[in-house]
Write a protein that binds this ligand. Structure first.
Ligand code: PLP
Length: 223
């Protein structure tokens, strides 16, 4: 990921590492999807990734994604946009219109707003419940002990939930959090696990991630 490496090089290396980590864990090739997190990077950088074959992208702000992705999607209908950041309920309309997946479902007010928009627009992004595995007060996500009840509440609103997502605390061993999320998803019968970033995606793959969210290792450091 040095400056001499291109986005295409970085993508190839990231995919090779994901493949190796999956093989080492005895997981089938193709069981892990790479979300290239393009927040703060411009449409030109994203176009380079698309030219290198990348199809799945992640952004954490609705407004920033709205400025880049409608044109990119019109030119490249195969691409997918995942919203991975905290989502305000008043952005539910734009999020449902724009995203193919939303990873920050973490409270009843947002679930209600998304359910209303999904019904209104007839468009249903895949949904991930964010779990605050480190129980950090400043971070989004439901507490692990409340995830089962929240899942039931989402289903009661007619929402189809695909899986769970977490962002481990910065100063802690991520493997503990990935293992907790995987155990919780298994207990709840959810198939998808969104976990792992540039610094720890191989650990996440070893522990069962089906989506890894990798930004700086592909696009370089954010300024
Ligand atoms: C920015 C971001 C990422 C990617 O982080 P990197 O360390 O650059 O790979 C992953 N997940 C979320 C929720 C993010 O906001």
């Amino acid at each position: 990921m040095g400056s001499a490496m291109s986005i295409a090089d970085n993508l190839a290396e990231t995919k090779a590492r994901i493949g190796a980590a999956a093989r080492a864990a005895g997981r089938p090739a193709g069981s892990v999807r790479l979300i290239a997190v393009s927040k703060t990077h411009d449409a030109d950088a994203i176009s380079q990734a698309i030219a290198a074959g990348q199809t799945v992208f992640g952004e954490n702000r609705v407004q920033e994604a709205q400025g880049k992705f409608p044109a990119l999607k019109a030119a490249h209908p195969q691409i997918e946009l995942h919203l991975i950041g905290q989502l305000q309920s008043n952005k539910a309309r734009d999020a449902v219109a724009l995203a193919d997946a939303i990873h920050g479902l973490d409270r009843p007010s947002l679930a209600k707003a998304l359910a209303a928009e999904i019904a209104r627009q007839g468009r249903a992004p895949r949904l991930f419940i964010q779990v605050n595995t480190g129980e950090e007060p400043q971070k989004g996500g439901v507490m692990p002990g409340a995830a089962g009840d929240f899942l039931a509440e989402c289903r009661g609103l007619g929402l189809a939930v695909s899986g769970l997502m977490c962002i481990p605390p910065e100063a802690e061993e991520p493997a503990l959090h990935f293992a907790l999320l995987a155990a919780l998803a298994q207990r709840l019968g959810l198939a998808e696990l969104s976990m792992g970033m540039s610094g720890d995606y191989e650990v996440a793959v070893k522990l069962g991630a089906t989506y890894v969210r990798v930004g700086s290792a592909i696009f370089g450091a954010r300024t």
